[in-house]
Design a protein around this ligand. Sequence first.
Ligand code: ADP
Ligand code: ZN
Length: 443
Amino acid sequence: MNTTPIIENRIWQPAFECLPRPQLLALQAERLRAAVAHAAKVPFYKAQFDRLGITPEQIKSVDDVRRLPFTVKADLRSHYPLGFLAVPRSEVARYQGTSGTTGKPTWVAYTKSDVNNWSDLCARFLVSGGLRPDHTVQISFGFGLFTGGFGLHYGIERVGAAIIPLSSGNSERQLMCMQDMRPEILICTPSYALKLMDTILHEGVARDSIALEHAHFGGEPWTEDMRTRIETGLGIRCWNNYGLAEVQGPGVSGECAFRNGMHIQEDQFLFEVVNPETLEPVPEGEKGELVITPLCREAFPVLRYRTRDIGYLYSDGFCPCGRTTRRMSRILGRTDDMLIIRGVNVFPSQIETALMRIEAVAPHYMIEVSRPGAMDEVTVHIEIQPGMFSDSMREMQTIRDSITSAIQSITGLHMHVNLVGPNTLERFEGKSRRVKDSRKLVD
Ligand code: ADP
Ligand code: ZN
């Protein structure tokens, strides 16, 4: 465990974040009971409670969450648009939506109190990752239905810092803003940070013409090696935060000054980690699908939401920051991103980890999966760092070989490697799409 703080250790709501564990568990149980009573206002849950004989009084401890039914994305879709609404529409203060990464977006709703809670939850991770009231923040997340833009906006406002709601897109304008307005904090997806970093490095922007100190990334999986690349490239600190619209949006968990995983805001979210096939809990510390029950949501309650995100909870005791909440790993991938190549399960993040270990490789890649004959084939297209592209066949072959073996040692699979020149592959302004799987079109 990391026991040296990266920055000053600050806590936004110690009354909740540092609750002694027995009190936290009692609070969770009490809130879970109330959440079950509230969810019964949603016909989908009422019908299941009646069928399974569930009553709120049966919820005596957090373990009783296992009596409750799971909720999956398809349930939200089959009750589209607002079948999960538990309050009259007159009490809704905001509607947002999922990004629709895996299909038609779904709507979510918030009461005034939901928005208020959400702001504090975002303030928690922002403050623990360096945000102060005197800072200026450039939000380069899309504003709109995506929960990232407005979620972070209200969290920053809660802390009292100044916001530049720039939204995503138009890298030239982003750079101009960084130079002219000199924000200390940047908010975006890690892929967009890569694109902005490209612009900054390629245009020879002097480091002292921008004032950036920290960036907060979320919205998509990224790796520790990618963090190192961006931190070194831009000379800033990058922080990870996690959330999803179905249970709120950003603010579900985030890193503290020690960066020992992301602290889960456990007073408001109950986490389980299950085997995605059997739906049984996995042993503590093992990876599985995260299942989340928000404990305080008024407008849009969901119970045991199966996120399809794969990760694990840390089991190495408490973090030196003083929070008593459990911590989660990075998201290793989504069950729907997982590639099955010749029977082997591979997450794109594993390939990213292999690539980022090779110095000559730039942080831009694309994974192409096909099945030209009977076997799956994977080709990884990778940009080479500017200046490393060589006319010498032998040098290029050496780089290719080291990439092939790095991929093989992490995934156990042989993949083809195609080296391409700088600035050839697609860049992303929001969530990246780095996998092209043509097998799905064939079978
Ligand atoms: P969609 O499911 O349509 O993308 P959202 O915009 O709500 O909807 O995105 C939430 C999803 O984004 C999460 O379920 C997760 O897969 C991904 N995500 C969010 N934050 C992170 C993060 N820090 N690391 C990895 N993945 C993340
Ligand atoms: Zn901590």
